[in-house]
Write a protein that binds this ligand. Structure first.
Ligand code: ATP
Length: 511
């Protein structure tokens, strides 16, 4: 099935099974804003717990905070967001559709990369085991030409971004003959900068209301609390502060479902280090974060690092963790070495000292910062994309979400085979016993086959069926979602069988 179709089906599935709804749907929706349904919220909470515990429980030098969304407006002046948190936009004059100029060029680069990869794949099939990819890439004329095209375009693009040269960005789009997918024309406007921050007013107008911003990242809440946490927690450098919270960006083009939203949630950790050691810590956190992703078992080949073409105004190194979504490799997480930029700026703008007294050096300095920043919603999309699976069975087709059991919204469904003979009562007793440990669901409607399909569709890893034999020997069948295998076990064993597989501890042990 084409990847576009898979993605469409996945979006429809998320709605049909209570994972994600369009916000304000009965009013025809609000662009790039989404609500999470009854299963979506559980998955989101589980993702957050996986992240939070891996940061705060597993690292004794990382602590968490929860700062307010509203902050003093000068913070955003100091951080550079008021002046520089922009994206370059371009409009097509015929369709009146708006695009991000940098994204149009990135898509052009991806197209060339695709061409190269297709050549390589074709050759790999032709030559079989004797295929030498490196040699092929170095000698095949078409690959060499496309690689040169890619290199030239990439160099030109990176330079234009770094110079902030909007005319050159437009010229690249013209030279590359990029067409608008809606109108099919190349009738482009100039490229303009567009600030992504939302603003609102605080206080009544009679008092002179103050313009404030909805935070576009959670990181600044951490920076302005650096001294509070360092002092009250008696933290010694190196140490980190973690936070999960909402962020808001007035994205120019909001497409691809929950990949790019205007209201989203971030999980960020700022790690404060001694100046000069930041690039070592940057490498350290790159490894830790990549492991965190790969441990979920979605396939190591589906991840890669992508080095930024353009460093943000505050960074001296930056890399993205990219996952292979149905629409290609895209960023899920950013790891940035942010230098001492933010803390120094807040020192300057607030007039307060933001320093660390290092007892070993016997001197004070402004710490450097390495940040890991991941979107909860993009992580959610990663999990759902990896999990969504259509399987052809002997006489049937099933759609199953193979979500890792530890993250699955419902861990266990308890199903009485029939609605009589005391079977529902036993099923209820099992739930009463297990509901403090696991999210359980009771279902007695329809045939057992239909009930299994419903649980497959929401990703429940275990179904327990109570039947007549249960009345005789207190055993039930436990059915495993991924293999559909069934096993007869004692009721008293259910808790420990499931417990091991859904435990964060088991997952953390693999990190
Ligand atoms: P992009 O290049 O895709 O716009 P970014 O580089 O601006 O992302 P960061 O500022 O590094 O993103 O934000 C850190 C993380 O926050 C991203 O890796 C992503 O997971 C998440 N994120 C950023 N913007 C959005 C958005 N509009 N919707 C959902 N998640 C987002």
């Amino acid at each position: 099935m084409a990847q576009d179709d898979v993605f469409k089906k996945l979006v429809a599935h998320c709605k049909e099974y209570g994972y994600v709804f369009q916000s304000s749907e009965i009013y025809d929706g609000l662009g790039a804003v989404y609500d999470y349904g009854q299963y979506g919220v559980e998955l989101k909470n589980n993702i957050k717990k996986y992240w939070w515990d891996s940061m705060v429980l597993l690292h004794e030098n990382v602590v968490g905070i929860d700062s307010a969304i509203f902050m003093h407006p000068t913070i955003w002046k100091a951080s550079g967001h008021v002046d520089a948190f922009n994206d370059p936009l371009i409009d097509n004059k015929d369709s009146k559709k708006r695009y991000r100029a940098d994204v149009l060029i990135e898509e052009q680069l991806a197209k060339i990369e695709d061409k190269i990869n297709k050549e390589v794949e074709k050759a790999a099939k032709r030559f079989g085991d004797s295929f030498n990819e490196q040699q092929f890439r170095e000698t095949n004329q078409r690959v060499i030409e496309n690689q040169q095209k890619w290199d030239n375009l990439h160099t030109r693009f990176a330079k234009a971004l770094n110079d902030g040269n909007l005319d050159e960005l437009r010229q690249i789009i013209v030279d590359e003959e990029v067409v608008c997918p809606v109108s099919g024309t190349r009738n482009w406007t100039e490229v303009r900068q567009f600030n992504l921050m939302f603003s609102t007013e605080m206080g009544s107008t009679a008092d002179g209301a103050q313009k404030i911003y909805l935070r576009p990242e959670t990181a600044q809440g951490i920076f302005v609390n650096y001294m509070n946490v360092q002092k009250t927690g008696r933290m010694k450098i190196p140490f980190g502060i973690a936070q999960i919270g909402k962020a808001f960006r007035n994205e120019i083009v909001a497409r691809q479902f929950i990949f790019r939203m205007r209201e989203f949630e971030q999980m960020e950790m700022q790690f404060f280090v001694k100046p000069g050691t930041e690039l070592d810590w940057f490498e350290h956190w790159k490894t830790i974060r990549m492991n965190w992703h790969k441990t979920l078992g979605f396939g190591d080949e589906n991840y890669r690092f992508h080095v930024h073409e353009k460093l943000a105004h505050y960074a001296n190194a930056a890399v993205d963790v990219e996952y292979r979504f149905p629409f290609g490799f895209k960023e899920v997480e950013g790891i940035h070495s942010r230098t001492d930029f933010d803390l120094s700026q807040h020192e300057k703008f607030s007039g307060k000292k933001i320093r660390y007294f290092d007892p070993e050096l016997n001197e004070s300095y402004v710490p450097f910062v390495v940040e890991t920043s991941i979107g909860v919603d993009r992580m959610f999309l990663q999990v759902i994309s990896a999990a969504y699976c259509e399987e052809q069975l002997e006489n049937d087709m099933r759609v199953v979400l193979k979500i890792p059991p530890v993250l699955a919204p419902v861990k266990l469904a308890v199903l009485p085979l029939v609605k009589k003979d005391g079977l529902p009562e036993i099923a209820r007793e099992i739930i009463d016993d297990l509901k403090f440990d696991f999210n359980c669901q009771y279902d007695e409607k329809d045939s057992i086959g239909k009930r299994y399909r419903r649980q497959d569709a929401i990703g429940t890893p275990f179904c327990v069926t109570v039947d007549n034999q249960t009345l005789e020997d207190n055993t039930v069948t436990i059915r495993y979602r991924d293999t559909m295998a069934q096993e007869r076990v004692a009721i008293s064993q259910i808790g420990s069988i499931i417990g091991k597989q859904v435990s964060y501890k088991t997952l953390f042990a693999r990190l």
